[in-house]
Design a protein around this ligand. Structure first.
Ligand code: NAD
Length: 419
């Protein structure tokens, strides 16, 4: 576990980031409050009949932070750490992410407070379906479109799509993204976030006349984002010298065989005990002497305590909120380039947008079309952020937030306040 108890709640980090962007843009207090305040929050009880017949009641949330640029969009997380403030922070980051990527969505997020490791697949299906039924009044292809997040994946999205469709009486594939292909998913969605992580890393390197070839990379978290990022980095010639998951971390300076690591993961459920690699801790991984550090697990891993140990020159945030504001300042002082979450991991929501477009039109694109349009979106987004960073002398995170907040504020200004 790398999150420290002294780390701030993600909502504190998200609010501080917004306050900094608002100050830079010179907005007044009213507009600041508007941008800070979630448009809608739903707290739900999720009753679950356990396999042994007992009844348990879980807590769930769906937050729509801002919908000025389009319907709310954002993942659903199953974790024992989920609370309303975490969901609020993640929803706010989704508003900025969709704006930076310039896709016509606002920001939303949802979650259920549950440690999925303690539940059977049948129980997790019942939790997903009941949670969906509880939030059904506020989701929909034109209102709010969920997607996978930590501990949820394509199967959960299929159950969400089915539950919502049963309630409507007809199939609604556009209600959720990250679905399996057989029920209206998009080619390339599973690897999209990771592909985007690699595109923006290559862009930063390109600006320095460098490439990924021979670069060493440490990846924290070997889930959906981290595992595919490791595979794509490796395919582009980088050397993955360390990976981790919630059970532990490992290093191999000659480079890990990522294909074999996938097989080990599939067989054992963890990266731990992978043959030919040395066991280290998640804290050790953050401090390794690598070119690129990719935190792809969770919030608050780079803190005032861990940031001073980072030796990587580039930190690319596959996860949402892995760096606290204090850590950001330390990394900046130490000359580390941080590619911020709202830009670095936007590939997932970009291809979610493509999936939504395809599902609503019931016309599907080829893998090559998806990959090409994703790359184009990521390069344009990076180019815009790099330009503002240079123009205003800002770190990439501050530049990305300034662009995003400005776009949302502009949509709000043009739409006005009803009534
Ligand atoms: P996941 O559940 O598939 O994977 C999470 C990984 O992190 C797992 O390997 C898990 O073991 C590991 N992990 C958990 N706690 C850890 C700890 N304390 N130390 C080290 N490793 C730990 O989740 P995911 O979908 O890959 O999401 C990971 C992060 O990326 C989250 O912050 C999520 O919000 C963000 N994100 C995901 C997507 C997406 O498309 N899935 C898109 C954008 C951002």
């Amino acid at each position: 576990m790398t999150a420290t108890t002294s780390a701030p709640s993600p909502i504190v980090t998200a609010r501080k980031q917004l306050a900094d962007a608002v100050a830079h843009l010179g907005y007044d207090e009213g507009l600041h409050k508007y941008l800070l305040t979630p448009r809608r929050e739903l707290h739900v009880a999720v009753p679950l009949k356990r396999d042994d017949g007992s009844l348990e009641v879980l807590g769930g949330y769906r937050v729509q932070h801002n919908t000025d640029r389009g319907p709310a969009k954002g993942g659903i997380r199953f974790s024992e750490h989920v609370d309303i403030d975490e969901v609020r922070a993640l929803a706010m980051w989704m508003s900025w992410k969709c704006a930076v990527a310039d896709i016509p969505f606002g920001g939303g997020k949802g979650g259920v407070t549950i440690d999925p490791r303690n539940y059977s697949p049948a129980e997790l299906e019942r939790v997903t379906r009941r949670y969906t039924a509880e939030i059904a009044p506020i989701i929909g292809p034109r209102h709010d479109i969920p997607a996978p997040d930590m501990n949820t994946g394509a199967q959960n999205m299929a159950w969400i799509m089915d539950t919502y469709s049963q309630l409507q009486g007809y199939s609604v594939p556009g209600v959720v993204t990250g679905k399996p292909l057989a029920v209206g998913g998009s080619l390339g969605r599973e690897t999209a976030t990771s592909a985007g992580v690699v595109h923006v890393t290559e862009s930063v390197l390109r600006d320095r006349d460098e490439t990924l070839a021979g670069k060493t990379v440490a990846v924290q978290g070997f889930g959906n984002v981290g595992s595919h990022a490791a595979a794509i980095f490796a395919a582009k010639g980088a050397r993955i010298t360390a990976v981790s998951d919630r059970y532990g971390a490992l290093r191999c300076d000659d480079g890990l065989d990522v294909t074999r690591l996938f097989a080990h993961m599939a067989a054992t459920g963890s990266v731990v005990d992978f043959e030919g690699a040395d066991a280290i801790s998640n804290e050790d991984l953050l401090a390794l002497d690598v070119d690129i550090l990719a935190p792809c697990a969770m919030e608050n891993v780079l803190t005032a305590q861990t940031a001073p140990t980072v030796k990587a020159r580039i930190v690319v945030e596959g996860a949402n909120g892995p760096t606290t504001p204090e850590a950001d300042a330390i990394l900046q002082r130490n000359g580390v380039t941080v590619i911020p979450d709202i830009l670095a991991n936007a590939g997932g929501v970009v291809v979610s947008y493509f999936e939504w477009v395809q599902a609503n039109q019931t016309y599907w694109w080829t893998a090559a079309e998806v990959a090409e349009r994703l790359e184009q979106k990521m390069l344009i987004a990076y180019g815009g952020v790099a330009e503002v960073a240079k123009r205003d002398g800002l770190a990439l995170r501050d530049a990305a937030l300034v662009i995003a907040v400005q776009r949302v504020a502009e949509a709000h200004r043009l739409r006005g306040v009803y009534p």
